[in-house]
Design a protein around this ligand. Structure first.
Ligand SMILES: *Cc1c(COP(=O)(O)O)cnc(C)c1O
Length: 391
């Protein structure tokens, strides 16, 4: 018999009743160190008092009105994002996959406005993840995402990950945009090679293409900059954001230049819940902390400490781990042992990581994790590795 929850997830045998900063607590009191943060979502930890205050204050005042009216919290968040990024304009939604929907619609509309609607093809990369909507799975293209869901939305082409020469060769008069995660998340924590994002920007400029960045996982402070592309010095035309920006409240956004957004006039797109007062009140509180340069340099400092400790862990357990990779507090432990076994051994030792492709365990802690918590997490991962070694 089908379970009452549609069985689309293989869930771990864990269930939490409370969160406190970097800790998740089960009903029997077992305390887990959370290196997953709800898949890069709880950027300021669980039950952060500042976010709880922002949410409850807003909940006591007003939950929902609709985008038929002005929403001051949404205006404030848009202004902050524009101030801190390349963007001239922002649309709010509730998730990453909704951000993907608009990024693709905006691209198509842009080329329609330019009277070149044939430029509807978007180039993406293997191993990508852009969400589970029909556009999201077509944009990412992996068999695991698309099998059984055809016919897929047309207009996507997929190239080997981070292969810049392949992009040059693939461009045709029908190409209109390139979509890429600066650091692939679900694909196994794979950062683009140094200089490749700059090279993609150049190719897009030379060939008059829009560059769409999916920063749903790598954005919002995760790499030690507010957005991951800032490390490269380039800017995109369109950027998808979600996960961390709500700190645990469902919130997504599409950021765009005036040029890229030129076709998105009244009536061309919308969302009932997108940019609602609750989500935007929390988003404003998240950005007040995360966009602070001091907070971001703390993220980089913590990331350096974590990476050093994880390198030590890998060196101590060469039969269990292969390498550490990633950027900032978006790290991957590539396993030599079966990743699922290491994940489960982590649970036995009360430390949570998140699986990804390529036998990688993702380490995506709250951005305000303490050094003491990092040390304790590595002690627990070390115990998990010993458990694997003991068979
Ligand atoms: C999680 C994720 C998405 C989809 O976000 P949802 O909120 O689950 O729809 C899209 N792109 C990337 C890079 C992601 O990590």
């Amino acid at each position: 018999m089908i379970p009452s929850i549609l069985p689309t997830y293989n869930r771990a045998p864990l269930s939490f009743v409370k969160g406190e900063g970097t800790w998740l607590i089960e009903a029997d009191g077992r305390r887990f160190l959370d290196l997953g943060a709800g898949i890069a979502v709880n950027v300021l930890g669980h039950a952060n008092p500042v976010l709880v205050q922002a949410l409850t204050d807003q909940a006591n005042a007003l939950w929902h009105t609709s985008n038929l009216y002005h929403i001051p919290q949404q205006q404030a968040l848009a202004d902050t994002l524009v101030e801190h990024s390349f963007a001239d304009s922002v649309f709010f939604c509730n998730s990453g996959t909704e951000a993907c929907e608009l990024a693709i619609k905006m691209t198509r509309k842009y080329w329609t406005e330019k009277v070149q609607p044939e430029k509807s093809e978007i180039i993406g990369f293997e191993g990508s993840f852009h969400g589970r909507s029909s556009a999201g799975i077509a944009a990412a293209g992996g068999e695991k995402l698309t099998a059984g869901f055809g016919p897929l939305l047309p207009g996507f082409r997929h190239l080997p990950w981070d292969d810049i020469d392949a992009v040059r060769d693939a461009i045709t008069p029908e190409t209109g945009a390139v979509i890429v995660e600066p650091v692939q998340g679900e694909g196994g924590i794979r950062p683009m090679a140094d200089g490749h994002l700059q090279a993609l920007r150049e190719i897009c400029d030379e060939n008059d293409l829009l560059l769409i960045l999916d920063e749903v996982q790598c954005g919002v402070g995760r790499t030690g900059k507010l957005f991951a592309h800032e490390w490269s010095g380039i800017t995109p035309d369109i950027m998808m954001v979600a996960k961390g920006i709500g700190g645990g409240f469902p919130l997504g956004a599409v950021l765009a230049t005036e040029k890229a957004a030129c076709g998105m006039t009244a009536g061309t797109h919308g969302s009932t819940y997108g940019g609602n007062p609750l989500g935007c009140a929390v988003g404003n509180a998240v950005l007040r902390t995360v966009a602070d340069p001091e907070f971001l340099s703390d993220v980089s400092r913590r990331a350096g400490h974590l990476r050093q400790r994880l390198e030590g862990l890998v060196a101590a357990h060469p039969e269990v781990f292969e390498e550490v990779r990633g950027a900032g507090l978006m790290l991957g432990l590539k396993c030599k042992a079966l990743g699922a076994d290491v994940l489960a051994a982590g649970y036995d030792n009360e430390v949570i990581t998140v699986p990804a492709a390529e036998n990688v365990l993702r380490i995506l802690p709250p951005l305000n994790i303490s050094e003491a918590e990092i040390d304790e997490a590595v002690v627990r991962l070390d115990k998990a590795a010993r458990q694997i070694e003991a068979g």
